[in-house]
Write a protein that binds this ligand. Sequence first.
Ligand code: GLY
Length: 553
Amino acid sequence: MNKTLLLILLLGSPFSFAEKPQQAGIASAHPLATAAGHEMLAQGGNAFDAAIAISATLAVVEQQSSGIGGGGFWLLHRAQDGKNIMIDGRETAPAAAHRDMYLDENGDVNRDLMLYGPMAAAIPGEIAGFAHIADHYGKLPLKQSLQPAIRAAEDGFKVYPRLVKHINNKQKVLARYPSSKAIYLPQGQPLKVGDILVQKDLAETLKRVAEKGPEGFYEGETAEKLVAAVKANGGIWTLDDLKNYQVKERAVITTNYQGQQLITAPPPSSGGIALATMLNILQPWDLATMAQADRVHLVTEAMRRAYRDRSLYLGDPDFVSIPTQRLTHPYYAAGLRAAINPDKALPSEYLPGVGDSPKGENTTHFSVIDAEGNLVAATLTVNTGLASGFIAEGTGVLLNNEMDDFSAKRGVPNAYGLTGGEANQIEAGKRPLSSMTPTFVVGDDGVAVLGTPGGSRIITMVMLGILDYFDGHDVKSWVTKPRYHHQYLPDALSSEKGTFDADTLKALKAKGHTVKVYDGQWGNMHAVHWDKKTGEVNAASDPRTETGSAVVK
Ligand code: GLY
C-alpha cells in the first residue's frame, strides 16, 4: 500500500483536521457591532474576542434588545480542541426575591411591577460573561475588546427607525425616570431617526470595566450607583447581590438530525431541549417532499408537544431537576410521534398537562465564524423592548425586566403569552427560564451558526431555519423564510402574513388547526454558513429589520 494512503487510513482524511474556513463571517443586528467584531479579528483576536466586542457594541447601539444591564448565552466552539460550551450569563433573581413578590392583596399579578422599573430587574450577567470569555477563550484583554463599544457610547451613533419605534412604545414608562428621560426623551420629546445618541455615563461605566474587569461593574463605584438608584426607586437589589453574581459554564445539548450534529443551548434555556425534542419527532419524515399543509401540520404537532414539556419540566437547572436525557432521547420522541395523527390536530388540552407557557420579541442574536474555525452563536437580552425602562442614575445602564421570564403565578401568562409551573417559579438567586437558542449545525460538508430574538417563538424560528438548511437552501433563505409557530398554549397555529397560501390555510383548518395570521414580522435572525467543500463562508442578516449587517472578509 502506498505510504500516503496508509497515512490517510490511519489518521483519517487530512482535510478533516486541517480544514479551516480561511475567511471570517459575522452577522449581527447592527453595522457598528459587525465592524467591532471584524476589528478585533484584524487586531489578532479570535471569534471569542470578536463576540465580546460585538456584544458590548450592541449593548450601546441596540439597547432595546440587549445590554450590560441584561444577560445572555454565548455558545462557543473552540477549533483547537473541539470544545463546545455555553457561557451562561443569564440574570439571576436578587436575594430578596420570592415566589409571591408580584402578587397584590387579591393574589393577582401586578404586571406593572413585574415589567417596569427596578423591581422588574434581575441581577445582570452580561459583564461577567464578557470577563469569563476574555479570560478563558479570548486572546485579547477586555480593555481592547471593549474599545469599539466605548467609542460608540462616547461619539454617539445615528438613531434608526426600530429604536425610535421602541422609544415611542415605551414613552410613558421612560418618562417616569429622569435618567431614562435624559437619554431617550431629551427636551421631553422622543429621539428621532437621524439624531445622534451619545451616552457619556455608559461610556464611563464601560471604561471602569475595561480598567478593572468585572469588579468595575459588580463592585465599587458602578455597583454603589446601581444599588443606590435601584433602592431610591423602590427596588430590592443589594451590593451583595451584585458581588455574588456568578457566570456559569454549561454543558451543551447535542442531538443528531439527518446525519448532522446539532449543538445548542442547555437550561436555563428551554431552547435546546425543545429543539431536540421537535427534531427527534420529525426525524423519520421526509418533510422536503410533502405538500405544505401536511408538512406544517406535522411540524406544528411537534412544536405543541415540545412546548408542553417546556412548561412542565424546564427551569434553572441549579434549582430544579430536569429530565434532559429523557426529553432529548429518540425513544421519547418516538412515543410522542406515535400519537400524532397525520390528518388531525390534537387540541392542547388533551395533552396531560400543566397550565404554563413562553415569551419575547426584543433580544438580539449574532453569529461568528473566524478563519480558524472557531464558532460563536450568542443570543443576548434585556427582555422586552427597552426592558424595564429604568436607567440607573449615573451609570447609563438600562436595567433588564427579566423577572417577567419567571412564572409569577401558575397559569398566568407573561409578556409572551407563556405560562409556567413550579419549575420556573421565582426563587432567590434563581435564573428565569429563557427561550434563547443559539445553535450550531455541524456536518461533514458544512457548519451552520444561527439564532434569533423573538421570545417564545425563538425556538420554532431556529427550527424552521434548520429545516430550511436541510432542504438545501442557502443562509439567506434561512433568515428570510416566512415563519409559523405553535407553543401548546394558547392552542393556535400562528404565522406571519403570507406564510401560507389559500389552499394550505384551508387544508390546515380542515385538519383542525386554529390558524392566526399576524400582520407584524417576527424575529431578527443572523446566521453564518461555512461550506467545507469549497471553503466558502457566507453570512446573512434578517431582511425584516433595517440595521442587520452580515460581512465576510
Ligand atoms: N427574555 C427572553 C428569553 O430569555 O427568552
